[in-house]
Structure formats: structure tokens, C-alpha cells
Ligand binder design. Structure first.
Ligand SMILES: [Fe+2]
Length: 341
């Protein structure tokens, strides 16, 4: 039933918790409550190791033959990318310490890895049964339309599949840097980061700021979207996403008063995160490349809900189970999620 091992949270549940294929895969009340309170959820061993291995192979095979990075020589894995390996292609970016490959974002391999029955059943428990907008095999890739504005970031909303495989090269001798959290500017409901190889602590897994989703959600003008100022070369002072003064104040306070949780883990571990959660791609102070796949779950009603203002009930567009949760859980459960209180 679980070809790659039972997850540690394997529950004893009633018949209703079974999917069509008979697998039991559902979150406990503690999981639901913890996500509601903290905006994230770490789950172990959710990705198929055979598929993770295939994705790693594809990443290495995507490098040019004469790349300085050699898979079998870890000393070459230390960043940043050397001049000859840099590529500024929005579909396959190699720049600094970031190696982001989006070229197989709508291949069955990546979709089977992260958008499968097992993970979707969990996402549905959070977002509502039958509410997931499916990705499109062979569909449009993130980065296929270039940057959101000249010299700006790639818009993750323009994608019919996963964002891609996001690797971070080890920092080597680079001095330690401060953390800076942000929220994403494009509309989606629920993010997921899946580790396709072991990522040690401090290895750039994914960093989130617990409970920030509840503090930031009301500071936006729209639930999922954000107003943007067009880019004009002759009027360069203002462009792109507009944040409210309340948002700016709150995210600075979060950075000051909230210890981040480092979502490191083993191959196959994943973290779900709320769309308004403060986060960052962590710094990689280890000697191994951080390898992860990123996907954004979208509800089928995102297009009609995206312009709504923040609601009195911030859980309006979530499952009944999540809405009904009283957001209380045990201390032991919080510790298992690396939450320090
Ligand atoms: Fe982000």
C-alpha cells in the first residue's frame, strides 16, 4: 500500500478516510489544527524515492557536457556558478547560487511526483474535496513568458505545472547572511515544497515564519492578488507589486519577533504552506546541493475569488474540516513540527 514506507503519521481512521484506490491518507485533527494556527505543515516521506532519483538524474543530465559541475565530484558543487556555467534563461536559470530548472515542469515525471493521489488527498483535506485545479501535462511552463516586468522576477502564476526544480548550491566560504522573509506576489492557495534529496539543517531547505499568515492576510488589499504599477523606463521609481504600509510594518515585525522554522529534511519530505505565509529559500551553509520541487495548489474558484478583499473569516475558501478546527494541538505535536514557543 505504501511502496516507500508508511508516513510517521499513519493514522487509524474510519472507512471514509480511504481514497478510491483504498489508500488511507488523511491528516489528523492535530495536523489540521497546527496548519490553521501556524500556516505550515511538515510531512515526512511523501515523495516516491524512485521518482526523486529520476528527477535528480534529469537535473544532472540538463547540464552542458563541459560543465564545471561534476555530479561525482562534490568539491565542484560549491557555488556560485562560474562564468562559463551561468545561464540567464528563464526556463533554466543558473546564476549565483541558484539553479532553477523549469523545462520539465509539466512532464508526467514531475506531476506524478508532487500532484499524485496521495498528496492531492492531503491538499484536498485543507482546500476542500474536489476543489483542486489540476496541472496540465505538456502545458505551459513557468518562465515561458519571461519576467513579470523588465529585469523583474519570473511570474510563477504563468504556469500549468510545477514551478520547477529549485536547487541551491552550497555557499562555501561565503559569509553568513541575514534572513529576509517575503510573501509571494502571485495568486495561489497552498504552496508545497518537496525535498528530492536529503537536505541537512542550515542547508537552504525552506524557511517559514510560523503564524505570519494570520498577521499578514489582513494587510493585503485583495485576498490572493496584489495591485501592480506598470513598469516605465523613464519613470523608474515605482514599479511592480504594491505593498500596503500595514504590510510593510507587519513583515518587519515578524522578522524581528518570530523565530523562523527551517524546513530541512530527508528525501521525500514535504512542507505545505499558506499562500500568505512569510518565507524564504534558505541559505545553504552545508556542503550538499539543496534540491527541491515547488508546486502551488490552486482552487478551481481562484479566478472568481482572487480579487475579493480579505475576509472576516480568513478560512472562507478552505475545507469545512479546516474551518471547523479550533486550532488547538498538543505540545508534543508542535515540537514534532519544530515549533519553538
Ligand atoms: Fe517566495
Amino acid at each position: 500500500m505504501f511502496p516507500f514506507g508508511k508516513p510517521h503519521w499513519y493514522p487509524v481512521e474510519p472507512e471514509s478516510a480511504r481514497t478510491a484506490s483504498g489508500n488511507i491518507m488523511n491528516l489528523s485533527p492535530d495536523h489540521i489544527a497546527f496548519f490553521k494556527d501556524n500556516g505550515y505543515l511538515l510531512l515526512e516521506g511523501l515523495l516516491d524515492p524512485a521518482l526523486c532519483a529520476q528527477v535528480r538524474d534529469r537535473m544532472w543530465n540538463s547540464l552542458p557536457e563541459d560543465s564545471r559541475l561534476r555530479r561525482d565530484d562534490p568539491s565542484t558543487h560549491i557555488g556560485p556558478f562560474r562564468e562559463e556555467d551561468i545561464q540567464n534563461d528563464s526556463i533554466h536559470l543558473r546564476q549565483g547560487y541558484r539553479w532553477q530548472n523549469r523545462e520539465f515542469g509539466t512532464d508526467p515525471l514531475l506531476l506524478d511526483l508532487i500532484y499524485n493521489e496521495r498528496i492531492c488527498a492531503i491538499a484536498e483535506q485543507l482546500l476542500g474535496k474536489g476543489m483542486l485545479e489540476p496541472p496540465k501535462v505538456g502545458g505551459k511552463l513557468m518562465g515561458s513568458e519571461g519576467a513579470a516586468w523588465p529585469n523583474g522576477p519570473i511570474d510563477p502564476a504563468i504556469s500549468e505545472g510545477v514551478r520547477g526544480v529549485y536547487n541551491t548550491l552550497p555557499y562555501g566560504d561565503k559569509p553568513r547572511e541575514n534572513d529576509y522573509c517575503h510573501t509571494d506576489g502571485h495568486p495561489f492557495n497552498l504552496g508545497v515544497v518537496g525535498l528530492i534529496d536529503d537536505v541537512p539543517s542550515d542547508g537552504g531547505g525552506f524557511k517559514i515564519w510560523p503564524k505570519s499568515h494570520r498577521r499578514l492576510y489582513p494587510t493585503f488589499q485583495m485576498q490572493y492578488d496584489q495591485p501592480r504599477i506598470p513598469y516605465y523606463a523613464h519613470l523608474p521609481s515605482h514599479k511592480g507589486i504594491i505593498q500596503s504600509p500595514a504590510y510593510d510594518k507587519e513583515i518587519k515585525a515578524i522578522l524581528r519577533d518570530t523565530p523562523a522554522v527551517d524546513c530541512w529534511g530527508k528525501e521525500g519530505d514535504i512542507v505545505f504552506w499558506h499562500h500568505r505565509q512569510a518565507h524564504m529559500a534558505g541559505h545553504n551553509y552545508t556542503h550538499v546541493i539543496r534540491q527541491a520541487v515547488l508546486y502551488d495548489f490552486k482552487r478551481t474558484d481562484l479566478d472568481t475569488c482572487r480579487m475579493d478583499p480579505p475576509q472576516d473569516d480568513m478560512w472562507r475558501d478552505w475545507s469545512n474540516e479546516l474551518r471547523a478546527s479550533d486550532a488547538s494541538y498538543s505540545e508534543a505535536f508542535a515540537a514534532s513540527q519544530r515549533l519553538t514557543v
